[in-house]
Structures are given as C-alpha cells and as structure tokens.
Design a protein around this ligand. Structure first.
Ligand SMILES: [Zn+2]
Length: 63
C-alpha cells in the first residue's frame, strides 16, 4: 500500500546548542535564550564569576 509519511524534519535537536567555557571558572556554559542577543559578549556563567574574573589588565572593557 502507500507508505505513511514520516516526520523527518524533527527540530528538537537540543544538543546543537552552542557552548563555551566560562572565563572565570572554566565551566562549560550552554547557550541560553537570554544570551541570544549578546552571546558573543558573554564571558562568564554568572554575575559571581563576572566579579571573580582573574585580574588582567590586558583588556579593559568600559561598562
Ligand atoms: Zn563561571
């Protein structure tokens, strides 16, 4: 008979979310929806790490 159409366009690939290590604690932080607009600027996994960042005078980001 006629084969039933299978849903091959499944978009539930959660494992494709980008991730990168926190610059302070080194833990992998997974992409969050809240970071969608500034993902490339996110360096720390939390505010605590942002304040805990290693002292480096190489980069000075005005904030
Ligand atoms: Zn961290």
């Amino acid at each position: 008979m006629s084969p039933a159409p299978q849903a091959k366009s499944f978009k539930g690939n959660k494992q494709s979310l980008p991730s990168k290590p926190c610059q302070a604690c080194g833990r992998d932080m997974t992409w969050r929806k809240a970071w969608a607009k500034n993902w490339e600027q996110v360096l720390y996994c939390s505010d605590a790490c942002r304040k805990n960042k290693p002292a480096s005078s190489s980069k000075v980001a005005p904030e």
